[in-house]
Design a protein around this ligand. Structure first.
Ligand code: COS
Length: 394
């Protein structure tokens, strides 16, 4: 019997809707994001132009479902949005990526009331959403957090410090993981929504970073922050599980950033190689360069296929999502580092200067190997899934 796909749609191809989303985002990015990327990096300033353009076109938090006033983009469409923004400016791609990261705990485990209270405001652009898990001494070992939440009548009172918080100070809403039972380790952690305007919330100085300089990263301080008990996300003690489930989905958005910046570097290197003349002809004529470009293109495409396959798992909530989320993030970010470094090499001395965008892309790519879990943590996650016998669901 001959296998049939059962539709006119070619197998493993994007739908017309997904292709249309890519074209729409690319048009916005070409006009309103790419032209400011170098200045945003140079001045280490918030990408205001990109933020406004993404909001105006409903790409700032595309994952919010339509029932809450959002664009209702599925996981693959959200990946495409983030990929395309990152192709132009990685700092700007953190706007849709972190809005998903911060709000997903509410979508996964929050009460209907919490969803109604926060998701429409996020969709309308009335406030961004950040995610507060890491602390100065709790990075890879996230469960070692010390931020405390203590029940007092109808309130919880939070005390502690979160570190490496993307869009801290810019976002109005924060998902905060805090210890509610110090004796129960991961089962003694709970998740809460904290607002920037809550008394006792403040922010540290912006970190001086190697890359993604347009995306503010600051500490968040909680000094006796009293919030109503109904701001807890899900049941008491489920915060760590919610945090890990969230990362299963959002590590794919980091893969999308990595894919986007790698594609941006490849596109620039291809154009340059055709223009740049040495020994009386374009350097693209030389096989040594052609082999590099071929490897770059091959790796980008492999990263894309794995990332899109992972997005399908995220959308369906497949059993093998944890493996695929970690694999896509790890693989695509390693590819991004290799491809952006090779792009600098293709441009030679010019690539090493800030007159060209590839050194920025190389610096920006590095963070994708580190945040939302280092690639060493991703390998721990993958190995545990393999050893637990969780098979790929083709
Ligand atoms: N989905 C649902 N539940 C999960 C889960 C997942 N993906 N991963 C872990 N859990 C649950 C486990 O099932 C376990 O529950 P029980 O106690 O009921 O058995 C609990 O969470 C603890 O899991 P585990 O024992 O694996 O926790 P560890 O302390 O060993 O931590 C790692 C595991 C290292 C994977 C985790 O701490 C991690 O991902 N660290 C990196 C954090 C990170 O990405 N930081 C970036 C912050 S965002 S920039």
């Amino acid at each position: 019997m001959t296998p049939q796909s059962g539709s006119d749609q070619p197998m493993f191809a994007l739908s017309e809707e997904h292709q249309a989303i890519r074209e729409a985002v690319r048009a916005v990015c070409d006009a309103k994001v790419a032209p400011f990327a170098a200045a945003v990096d140079e001045e280490a300033r918030y990408p205001t132009e990109a933020a406004e353009a993404l909001l105006a076109s409903d790409f700032h938090a595309p994952h919010v479902p339509e029932e809450y006033g959002g664009a209702g983009a599925d996981a693959l469409a959200t990946v495409i949005v983030i990929e395309e923004v990152a192709r132009a400016c990685v700092s700007s791609s953190l706007i849709p990526a972190v809005n998903k990261l911060g709000s997903l705990p509410v979508m996964i485990a929050g009460s209907d009331d919490l969803k109604q209270r926060y998701l429409p405001r996020l969709a309308a652009g009335e406030g961004g959403f950040s995610y507060c898990l890491s602390e100065p001494d709790a990075g890879s070992d996230a469960a070692a957090m010390k931020t405390r939440a203590v029940r007092d009548g109808d309130s919880w009172v939070l005390d502690g410090v979160k570190r490496w918080i993307t869009n801290a100070g810019v976002s109005d809403f924060y998902t905060v993981m805090a210890v509610t039972d110090p004796d129960a380790r991961t089962r003694g952690i709970s998740a809460f929504v904290v607002e920037k305007s809550d008394e006792g919330v403040s922010f540290g100085a912006p970190e001086k970073k190697l890359g993604i300089k347009g995306s503010p990263t600051r500490e968040v301080y909680f000094d006796q922050v009293r919030i109503p008990a109904d701001r807890m996300i899900g049941a008491e003690g489920t915060g760590f599980e919610t945090a890990m489930q969230t990362l299963d989905h959002t590590r794919i958005t980091i893969a999308a950033q990595a894919l986007g910046v790698a594609q941006g570097a490849l596109d620039f290197a291809l154009g340059y190689a055709k223009e740049r003349q040495q020994f009386g002809r374009p350097i693209a004529d030389f096989q040594g360069l052609q082999f590099m470009l071929a490897d770059m293109g091959m790796k980008v495409e492999a990263a894309r296929q794995l990332t899109y396959a992972a997005a399908g798992r995220s959308e369906r909530g497949d059993r093998d999502l944890t493996f695929f989320g970690a694999a896509a993030k790890c693989f695509a970010s390693d590819v991004a580092m290799e491809v952006t470094t090779d792009a600098v090499q293709v441009l030679g001395g010019y690539g090493y200067t800030r007159d060209y965008p590839v050194e920025r892309m190389m610096r920006d790519a590095k963070i994708t190997q580190i945040y939302e879990g280092t690639n060493q943590v991703q390998r721990i996650v993958m190995a545990r899934q393999l050893l637990a016998g969780i098979q790929s669901e083709l």
